[in-house]
Design a protein around this ligand. Structure first.
Ligand code: SF4
Length: 100
């Protein structure tokens, strides 16, 4: 039986990113997936952390997921082509890297 079935309160951190939550297996596989993405498709680690810090302050963050788009923010924020889906975006997409 799960903790919920035993009547224990459900614990989750509303303002946490996946990396901060227990049950790190899922985050580990997400991290591996991100590391496998083409470098040209990803933002720099500086921009990534900046985006995530904005997500952490956002009312739409719920247990690692954005309530506006349903994405895990750690995945959405890493892609250059993505932007914040809110009506007043907190972070913008980055232009494609010139490959020539
Ligand atoms: S609305 Fe934007 S800032 Fe807020 S959690 Fe979603 S992606 Fe992050």
């Amino acid at each position: 039986m799960t903790n919920l079935m035993e009547g224990e309160p459900r614990r989750f951190c509303r303002k946490c990113l996946l990396r901060e939550m227990p049950g790190e297996d899922y985050f580990t596989s997400l991290k591996k997936y991100i590391e496998g993405l083409d470098r040209r498709d990803r933002v720099s680690s500086e921009v990534y952390e900046q985006r995530l810090s904005l997500c952490r302050e956002c009312k739409n963050l719920l247990s690692g997921m954005c309530r506006k788009c349903g994405c895990f923010v750690e995945l959405r924020a890493v892609m250059r082509k993505n932007d914040c889906p809110d009506i007043h975006p907190r972070w913008e997409r980055e232009p494609e890297e010139d490959v020539w």
